[in-house]
Ligand binder design. Structure first.
Ligand SMILES: C[S@@+](CC[C@H](N)C(=O)[O-])C[C@H]1O[C@@H](n2cnc3c(N)ncnc32)[C@H](O)[C@@H]1O
Length: 254
């Protein structure tokens, strides 16, 4: 199964349907950002603390990673950053170009898979902003390795995550308001469900219903309460493990 192709089609469709993570910011957001009033979210509701960004973003090389949709990229470009938006969905990237054209912003868009950033040379960015999207790839390590490679040493990665507890419960029971643990973690739509359920998820073809890793949200649980936001300063290569947590600011979004 080609997960990347599946999710490309699924997110292209989500753009047509107006999924909230595909709706570009309005001109008023860009004009406020030009005057220094701005915020972005990388999880559903809580803005990233301003102190987590470099003090001066003008001229800062920012990679918005798996972050198409005309939201984070245009806002940061309006503040003066040199923004590259990287995403797997042509329609999502078109949203960024739409805002760039409408509001006269310079934004570079690049289509690709977040696990392969070979389009960029080593140490070419000062900051990566990465909204909740790595749940769409089956293995996350290549993403962290690539992020490390393209970041200048000592710079920062801001990443939103689904908290894995989102994937524990039986979706059918949740519809009845019952939280009953059914799955073990890590969850995957590929391997954790029955063959029948998997076929149904695939037929649905909806990005928010099919996740390679670690799982699904289906908007059943209150998504906004089970996301975390991390800032990794002086980002280190290798596994994201307990040693790395010493470098992490964690910002529960519930
Ligand atoms: C929830 S949206 C995040 C973007 C949105 N601007 C936001 O604020 O949350 C998830 C994004 O991940 C992208 N995506 C999914 N799989 C990807 C992959 N393998 N490589 C790059 N982007 C991917 C989707 O196309 C989609 O734009």
């Amino acid at each position: 199964m080609d997960i990347r192709a599946f999710n490309r089609r699924a997110w292209d469709k989500e753009v047509k349907k107006g999924n909230q993570w595909t709706v570009p910011v309005g001109p008023e957001v860009i004009s406020a950002a030009r005057q220094g009033k701005w915020e972005i979210i990388l999880t559903p509701t809580k803005p990233v603390p301003r102190a987590w960004f470099p003090e001066d973003l003008s001229g800062c090389e920012v990679l918005c990673l798996a972050s198409g949709g005309g939201q984070q990229g245009p806002t940061l470009a309006a503040v003066g950053a040199n923004v590259t938006v990287f995403d797997n969905s042509p329609n999502q990237l078109a949203q960024d170009r739409f805002v760039a054209e409408r509001d006269d912003l310079a934004i570079t868009t690049v289509e690709g898979d977040m696990r392969d950033l070979s389009a960029f040379s080593d140490e070419s960015f000062d900051l990566i902003v990465h909204p909740v999207s790595n749940c769409f790839v089956p293995e996350i390590q290549p993403l962290w390795d690539e992020a490390f490679r393209v970041l200048r040493h000592g710079s920062a990665l801001l990443a939103g995550f689904n908290n894995p507890l989102l994937y524990l419960f039986d979706p059918e029971k949740e519809k009845e308001g019952v939280l009953q643990v059914r799955f073990s973690l890590p969850y995957s739509d590929l391997t954790s469900v029955t063959e029948d359920e998997r076929r149904r998820l695939l037929r649905g073809g909806r990005a928010d219903r099919f996740r390679a890793h670690p799982g699904r949200t289906d908007r059943r649980a209150d998504h906004s309460r089970v996301c975390d936001l991390w800032l990794l300063r002086g980002y280190l290569p290798g596994r994201v493990d307990l040693r790395l947590l010493r470098f992490v600011h964690c910002h529960p979004c519930g």
